[in-house]
Design a protein around this ligand. Sequence first.
Ligand SMILES: Cc1cc2nc3c(=O)[nH]c(=O)nc-3n(C[C@H](O)[C@H](O)[C@H](O)COP(=O)(O)OP(=O)(O)OC[C@H]3O[C@@H](n4cnc5c(N)ncnc54)[C@H](O)[C@@H]3O)c2cc1C
Length: 256
Amino acid sequence: MLFRPRTRHRIDRVRYEPKRRLLTVETRTQLTPSMLRFTFASPDLADFCSCAPDDHIKLFLPDPHGPGEVMRDYTPRAFDEARKILTIDFALHDAGPATAWALAAQPGDTLAIGGPRGSMVVADDFDAYLLVGDETALPAIGRRLESFSREKIPVTTVVVVDGPEHAQTFATMADWTPVWAFRRGAHADDATLLRRALNAWATPEGDAYVWIAAEAGAARRLRDYMLEDRGHPKAWLKASGYWVRGRAGAHEKLDA
Ligand SMILES: Cc1cc2nc3c(=O)[nH]c(=O)nc-3n(C[C@H](O)[C@H](O)[C@H](O)COP(=O)(O)OP(=O)(O)OC[C@H]3O[C@@H](n4cnc5c(N)ncnc54)[C@H](O)[C@@H]3O)c2cc1C
């Protein structure tokens, strides 16, 4: 299915056959104090496909409350087409089956995944990009930065993490301006910290694409700010709740 908003910019939707795959952990790396990176190999990855940096896959994890499984959404952080190696980054937090799996997993362990079911491919032809979020958004933000195929596109990232040791750096052809907001020592919630940090982003001359992913309440406030206060066009904004405070396994699509 192809969807074109009333703009000169291409936003294409791609669908894939849903498929369950069983992966084996190859490597485990502590990326930052709060982020674990795993690479996975499997013959099941032979036909794996993920076109967009903010695609998501389902992880099938043991249900902590009984037999059976629960599902959690994660970003395919990278896929090495030649070696068929999939990378997933886990932002660690207090509790939850996905976090527990990541903390315990070692090379040789297995993990079942499903998807991605589809991609929303946003072209590189906007004049500027703004990517906003928390730790859970960093895998998609890093992949997006790495994926720009045109040089010198202005890209600003505004990301909230606990402190400077949780910041990451990415290789990119874009003209990248990273803005970090730190929670530690701050007497404000993520939405307020990100909202303040957004003052660093001057609305550019041309067309900009805005992408937001964070805790659902924060993502909603930032989306409303961009649309209502900054007058950003709705067709050029995507906002998602990547988790919901106090609710396990929650995903809230706010705008697509
Ligand atoms: C499209 C999409 C892509 C995503 N990609 C990634 C990714 O690549 N890497 C990644 O780490 N996460 C990613 N997430 C977020 C991840 O799915 C959630 O954080 C998920 O809830 C984690 O599952 P869990 O089993 O650890 O915790 P859950 O069992 O879901 O939650 C347990 C408790 O922890 C809280 N909680 C959940 N997440 C967080 C958090 N990040 N910080 C603080 N408290 C939290 C919940 O509110 C709940 O109270 C993505 C989410 C979506 C929707």
